[in-house]
Design a protein around this ligand. Structure first.
Ligand SMILES: *[C@@H]1O[C@H](CO)[C@@H](O)[C@H](O)[C@H]1NC(C)=O
Ligand SMILES: *[C@@H]1O[C@H](CO)[C@@H](O)[C@H](O)[C@H]1NC(C)=O
Ligand SMILES: *[C@@H]1O[C@H](CO)[C@@H](O)[C@H](O)[C@H]1NC(C)=O
Ligand SMILES: *[C@@H]1O[C@H](CO)[C@@H](O)[C@H](O)[C@H]1NC(C)=O
Ligand SMILES: *[C@@H]1O[C@H](CO)[C@@H](O)[C@H](O)[C@H]1NC(C)=O
Ligand SMILES: *[C@@H]1O[C@H](CO)[C@@H](O)[C@H](O)[C@H]1NC(C)=O
Ligand SMILES: *[C@@H]1O[C@H](CO)[C@@H](O)[C@H](O)[C@H]1NC(C)=O
Ligand SMILES: *[C@@H]1O[C@H](CO)[C@@H](O)[C@H](O)[C@H]1NC(C)=O
Ligand SMILES: *[C@@H]1O[C@H](CO)[C@@H](O)[C@H](O)[C@H]1NC(C)=O
Ligand SMILES: *[C@@H]1O[C@H](CO)[C@@H](O)[C@H](O)[C@H]1NC(C)=O
Ligand SMILES: *[C@@H]1O[C@H](CO)[C@@H](O)[C@H](O)[C@H]1NC(C)=O
Length: 622
């Protein structure tokens, strides 16, 4: 049996398959070895050192130690029925191999990856930047003298379902996104799935070696909840823990700091079946238990934790629009589902942070990541200004008024939504308030805002109005008829580049939320889908991503200006994404990577924008 030949990239290297004999030649590039054991191996320090010989000069770190909680049942899902190794809990439902198979039957046939064992990385050659000057057309002016502090957080980001692939491997249970991409016709525009995507689940050793070769100090990743708990709760899948143990070990050995997100939209499908996911308050205890297991295990090595990614999107865009008939929906649908999802998210987040600070005694920083755009008024009219304020209540205030300001939702949401918006008890308010150590904003773009056609007051009082409940109009075309900035790929039609917008936005966030509390802001995601990048057939054409170069140059310079000239306490910038990946409902054909991925060979190739991104931090003292 042979596995696909994985050729050297222009700046890359082949990775070697592991063989049954983990201590055999680690630099073998033979492609004739059948992949065997599908376990992620823990390599000895000596082995790690020899594999990464070109990447590390100092002695490798000692083997890491991981703490296990004993109040869980540990097992692994193989072809046989599971045999729990620890059992102290009484489990309410069936977590058998058969039940696991039934969940996957609900999703339908899943593509098998081209191989099923973890690669051993080969040395990464020195990065080769593009030959010509590739600075953007956005002038840098006198910003060039500004320095960033040595503790500035910068790096690249990923998310489990978007990059891991290996969807059904090593006991992973399905998530809602496996079902949506497989079963719901048209949910993903190009009909692709996350079954294989980048196969980062097996290729992570090479991916981490690449990050090390580029001296990128932080990597933002997500743990897949349904890998760790295939049913969202119940038995813990030991294979998943062994995998993430090795991911953390390799990051630490490479000197790369992990930013770990616990949940990035991939709700375990079993929990959709059991109680409709985030619309039920039952999810709070299940998510807390999962968080306790993961945070206890990895906290020593993780300086920054993110509980949930962009609740504005999974609650606001996904729940109200979920197609019916694919799982029981228990009557909580539409806008009620949106606001119940948000409420349960806030309570779960707050309980995790409370437990993390007060019981675990964690020393890292914890927050959640917000999705929001910089809202600017269509004109200078007071009606447009009021629409901007109201729009911000609905996108940012919904989650951040409870956390940063009052312990409750904004008054405009309360008065408009009535009983669609749950109440907090006094104790819940107190726990939610102050539950973020810093403000994480995924700030990609700018929107032009105007009131609903019927006006805000009439619309807010009329739940039949098509613009209800926000009662605003949102576009990216300015009053003069121009786009607010140049457009991204049609697969990301919501995205225009507006560099000065990010400076305004950071100022707004500090003034509104973090400033009064003396806290900081991290630009936790930003990035750009180069138009028509997927249409190039020649790799060198695809890698020269000039508009993404302009985007990053403009955004980073404006972030710097916000920090140095405006005094905004912005302490980090994390680019989306580490490489091209499964862009949710746009699928694989909309590319956001700083590295190009050939989905046939799975090889990754740095784009020009990756060099722009890295050089920015070098130029400013890092
Ligand atoms: C593993 O590889 C070593 C070195 O090539 C060899 O001596 C040993 O017999 C191999 N063990 C197995 C189980 O194949
Ligand atoms: C790391 O673990 C391996 C395998 O358990 C062991 O052989 C090795 O001695 C350990 N290294 C250190 C530095 O503790
Ligand atoms: C891995 O792939 C090989 C070759 O396709 C197959 O024989 C083996 O059963 C697979 N292992 C697992 C655990 O899926
Ligand atoms: C940068 O240039 C602008 C425009 O000339 C000027 O107003 C500003 O003071 C300069 N800042 C520094 C730090 O030199
Ligand atoms: C598991 O045990 C830990 C440590 O004793 C405790 O903090 C946590 O609340 C327990 N979790 C569950 C779900 O029982
Ligand atoms: C919230 O509390 C108010 C005032 O007590 C009450 O009128 C309202 O029905 C409650 N909302 C919900 C969703 O329970
Ligand atoms: C509420 O909005 C609907 C839909 O636009 C409209 O038909 C209706 O006349 C409005 N009702 C009031 C009282 O304005
Ligand atoms: C924005 O302003 C322009 C110019 O006044 C106007 O033509 C347009 O209708 C406004 N857009 C919205 C959505 O109100
Ligand atoms: C910036 O934020 C950090 C961390 O929240 C805080 O310690 C520091 O005092 C803040 N700096 C300023 C100037 O507000
Ligand atoms: C991707 O790899 C395939 C197989 O080697 C090759 O035919 C194709 O040209 C590559 N695509 C790009 C854009 O390099
Ligand atoms: C460009 O790629 C998109 C998908 O990425 C595809 O729908 C479209 O047909 C392609 N256009 C051309 C001219 O090949």
């Amino acid at each position: 049996m042979s596995v696909p030949l994985l050729l050297c990239g222009l700046v890359g290297a082949a990775y070697a398959q592991t063989t049954a004999n983990a201590t055999s030649s680690v630099t073998s590039t033979s492609v004739d070895n059948a992949p065997t054991a599908s376990t992620s191996q823990t390599l000895s320090a000596a082995e790690t050192s020899s594999i990464l010989w070109s990447l590390q000069s100092s002695a490798p770190a000692d083997n890491l130690t991981f703490s296990s909680l004993s109040n869980f049942t540990y097992t692994s899902y193989t072809s046989q029925a599971p045999t729990p190794t620890t059992s102290v809990a009484t489990l309410p439902t069936d977590y058998s191999e058969q039940a696991w198979s039934m969940l996957w039957d609900q999703v339908g046939p899943v593509a098998t990856p081209p191989f099923n064992s973890t690669v051993i990385p080969t040395p990464e050659p020195s990065p080769v930047p593009p030959p010509y000057g590739f600075s953007s057309q956005v002038t840098t002016g006198n910003l060039s003298s500004y320095q960033l502090p040595s503790d500035f957080v910068w790096g690249v980001a990923s998310a489990a379902y978007q990059v891991e692939g290996a969807a059904m491997e090593e006991g992973r249970g399905p998530s809602i996104w496996d079902l949506l991409s497989h079963r719901v016709h048209g949910y993903v525009a190009d009909g692709t799935t996350g079954d294989i995507t980048d196969l980062h689940y097996y290729l992570y050793p090479q991916d981490i070696a690449r990050l090390k070769a580029f001296n990128i100090p932080y990597f933002s990743l997500t743990i897949s909840w349904s890998r760790v708990f295939p049913f969202g709760r119940g038995y813990v899948n030991e294979q998943a823990l062994a995998h993430y143990d090795d991911v953390i070990q390799r990051l630490v050995d490479a000197g790369i700091k992990p930013i770990v997100t616990l949940f990035h939209w991939d709700t375990p499908l079993a929990l959709m079946n059991d109680y409709n996911g985030w619309t039920s308050d039952q999810i709070i205890a299940d998510f807390l238990a999962y968080a306790q297991l993961v945070m206890t295990r990895y906290d020593k090595y993780v300086p920054i934790w993110v509980t949930v990614n962009e609740p504005q999107v999974y609650c606001g865009d996904e729940y109200p629009g979920f197609p019916s008939g694919y799982w029981p929906q228990y009557g909580v649908t539409g806008l009620r589902a949106q606001f119940y999802c948000g409420h349960n998210t806030l309570l779960a987040h707050a309980q995790i942070v409370d437990w993390y600070r007060n019981t675990l005694g964690g020393t890292g920083r914890v927050t959640f990541k917000n999705s929001a755009n910089n809202f600017i008024p269509n004109t200078t009219s007071s009606a447009d200004a009021a629409a901007v304020a109201r729009g911000n209540d609905f996108q940012l205030g919904w989650f951040n008024s409870p956390v940063w300001q009052t312990g409750d939702y904004p008054a405009s949401l309360r008065s408009t939504l009535g009983d669609l918006l749950p109440n907090f008890t006094a104790a819940e308010s107190a726990m939610v308030l102050g539950s973020c150590d810093f403000f994480a904003i995924d700030g990609y773009t700018t929107d032009i805002i105007a009131p609903a056609a019927s006006g805000i007051a009439d619309c807010a009082a009329n739940s039949s109005d098509p613009a209800w409940p926000t009662c605003i109009q949102q576009s990216q075309v300015t009053a003069s008829g121009w786009d607010v900035g140049f457009a991204a790929d049609p697969g990301a039609s919501w995205l225009k580049s507006d560099p000065t917008g990010v400076r305004q936005f950071l100022n707004y966030l500090q003034k509104t939320y973090t400033g009064p509390k003396g806290k900081d802001i991290v630009l936790s995601e930003f990035g750009f889908a180069e138009p028509f990048e997927n249409n190039f057939t020649a790799l060198p054409d695809a890698r020269y991503d000039q508009l993404r170069v302009d985007y990053f140059t403009g955004y980073l310079n404006n972030l710097l200006a916000a920090k140095v000239e405006d005094g905004v306490n912005v302490t980090g910038a994390v680019a989306w994404g580490v490489f091209d990946n499964f862009e949710w409902s746009s699928g694989l054909s909309t590319r956001f990577g700083l590295q190009y991925v050939n989905y046939t060979t799975l090889e990754r190739y740095p784009k020009a924008s990756l060099f722009t991104f890295m050089d920015f931090f070098k130029q400013h003292g890092l």
